[in-house]
Design a binder for this molecule. Sequence first.
Ligand code: SAM
Length: 334
Amino acid sequence: MHGENPLDSQILLRFWQLDRPAELIRLASLKDPDDPSVELQTAVARCLNHPLTRQHPPGTVKLLKQLLLFVEREYAEVAEELALCYTDLLLQPCQDAKWMYKTYCYGTQHSILEQLLDNSTQKSSSHQEGVITLRLSQNMFEGSTGCHEWEAGFFLAEYILNHPELVRGKKALELGCGAGMLGILLQRIGAAGICLTDGDAQTLCNCLHNLRINEAQGSAVSTKQMPWSSTCPERCDVLLAADILYDPEPFPVLVPLLVSILRSGAEAYICTTVRQIATFELFLRLVHQSGLKAEEVAVSSHREWPVKFLECLPLSDKSQHIVVHRLSTAGAKQ
Ligand SMILES: C[S@@+](CC[C@H](N)C(=O)[O-])C[C@H]1O[C@@H](n2cnc3c(N)ncnc32)[C@H](O)[C@@H]1O
């Protein structure tokens, strides 16, 4: 890969997702177990100088400080270039610790990463096939939880990337769209219409920002503030939702909303991180009682499909049980 080690791309991706300093140090140690400080500093300089980092900086000050402290404490003097980068970052007026950009890559193999590391083809726009940059909050409750990244969102995105026929040329509607990642992918896959809805105004505002920086706006894409207690604004062919079943309180309005959307001819794909089995079973019970059919179509323990998010931290926790259910009226009692 252009003379680069795959570890370089791993470090780049982990850096863009603000992984723990210990993990970046571990990766650098794989290249030089005796003294990882040189590899680490070279890799971090490469990450900092990447056009995408410059355009959408992750909240790197703290991460950089911890890495530089490690180098100084364990090995050697910090390279002047990195020390200058650190002081530059400190002097920037708007280092908002709460908000940050994170960049994710997906694809069939590491060719995208090769491209990202290749100086001759490095682009500064996140509108590259296989690359998504999101503005996210560190506070998981920001915007009613919609401004943070969630495992189920990534898993549903992977499921759709591997089954593009489910959305291509169709009108898609998302409930609880959060930061907008699925909407960006739907636009890239070629959905004919994309309506992204969420109950929270701040979340929709952040979602719009993310659509814009990923160049995913256009006449086919709309956003709408829509609490689940309201009726659905428009007809769709496919309904999508990720991580919307963590609280049973809205189920009495959510399930009738699903019923009304599906009875008008759509099918739904709902992806859930099963945190409380009782909550999830209650949802399935209500769905069945409403005359809908629910079938499990994917589970995170079998993530064996060709297109994947690479080095994706939200999907790296194997203890999380994430499932995708297909909901339909077909074969169910009316
Ligand atoms: C855990 S987040 C998931 C966001 C996104 N789907 C993802 O996977 O990253 C749940 C989302 O559902 C939205 N939500 C929660 N309750 C809602 C309600 N009653 N009506 C509309 N949206 C709601 C929140 O605002 C939030 O954006």
